[in-house]
Design a protein around this ligand. Structure first.
Ligand SMILES: [Zn+2]
Length: 335
């Protein structure tokens, strides 16, 4: 049978791609403490925990486990599935295949498949190039919008977000459904179509127990840059931050030309979108947090964009652990 680009060999993936390769790809391997060369231990990169004993990896058997709020584990496929925001296992396999098994002209890694398979075996699904899902199907538009979001939640005041900013970004507190008891943030694709809602935890306790962010199943974070659709191409420089709240705070502080990666790593689709938006004469300001994860991501972005754009890297450490805690004056003094 002809092997199309969406043909996935689960066995090959699991036997050739190690946890070490995957952890290095996400820039989190170095930070883990190695035990006798066989195991690694550290903070969980999936739920971004702060307990250095929660996340453990067996480097020889290529399995992992988070004892914190993820409370789950598995193989390389499960790791990708979780760190990319609970995507279908087939999409995780395609992503791994494109990251590590294909060389040369690889298609964008975000072109996930449309079907989820429960069968963890070799599974030829699409055998021909033309059967690959059209680009629109990566993060397709949502067929609904959430109504009756509440603006009166103390989260906004506690995080220094004005009602005006919250309204501009279409946010609100959700009282029912999957995102119940969370602050909801609409995510649009680069054409401006609503494709997902993110549920942000309202406090640290909820973040620790249920995760800081809840993303819809199948949403491919690494394909999209948050807020890009609202920007005009002639505006410069482009401010790049990690998380939603940092983007909101920057916007509110007068830096409206801001986008967020929605995490501490950058995907191929995000890289391309930033390049396309900024153009060859573009200027980029990377404003990241002070943590090791954040700095790894900042360095990765610096490497990616240096030489192609004018890039300036700043971190929030003179004032705060992350940019989301900065005041308007502090934003201005840093940028
Ligand atoms: Zn975890």
């Amino acid at each position: 049978m002809q092997k199309g680009r969406n043909w996935v060999d689960y066995k090959e993936i699991k036997s050739t791609i190690t946890m070490e390769m995957v952890l290095k790809h996400y820039g989190v391997f170095e930070a883990l403490q190695k035990v006798e060369g066989k195991n690694a231990l550290g903070c969980c990169p999936i739920h971004k925990g702060s307990d250095p004993h929660q996340f453990s990896v067996c480097l020889t058997r290529n399995i992992w486990r988070c004892f914190g709020s993820c409370n789950t584990g598995g193989n390389v496929l499960d790791f990708i599935r979780m760190i990319e925001g609970d995507i279908p296992i087939r999409n995780a396999a395609l992503l791994l295949k494109r990251l590590f098994l294909e060389t040369g002209e690889t298609p964008p890694v975000q072109e996930g498949a449309q079907t989820e398979t429960k069968n963890d075996r070799q599974e030829p699904v699409a055998t021909e190039e033309k059967m690959a899902p059209p680009k629109e199907e990566v993060n397709p538009p949502l067929p609904f919008t959430l109504k009756s979001l509440h603006m009166d939640h103390p989260f906004f005041a506690e995080n220094g977000i004005s009602q005006e900013t919250a309204t501009y970004f279409g946010m609100g507190f959700c009282k029912k459904g999957l995102l119940k008891n969370r602050i909801v943030i609409p995510i649009h694709d680069h054409q401006g179509r609503l494709v997902a809602y993110c549920g942000r935890s309202i406090n640290d306790e909820q973040a620790e127990l249920e995760g800081k962010y809840k993303m819809p199943k199948g949403f491919v974070r690494s394909a999209l840059v948050f807020n890009l659709h609202r920007l005009k191409t002639d505006e410069a420089p482009l401010l790049v931050v990690e998380d939603f709240i940092s983007a909101l705070k920057a916007h509110q502080s007068g830096f409206q030309n801001v986008v967020a990666l929605m995490g501490s790593n950058i995907g191929k689709g995000q890289e391309e979108a930033i390049l396309a938006h900024s153009g060859s004469a573009g200027r980029l300001i990377l404003l990241f947090g002070a943590s090791e994860y954040s700095q790894k991501c900042a360095d990765e972005c610096l490497d990616l964009f240096s030489g192609r754009l004018f890039v300036k890297k700043i971190d929030s450490s003179p004032y705060a652990e992350t940019p989301c805690q900065l005041t308007a004056e502090q934003f201005r003094s840093l940028i």
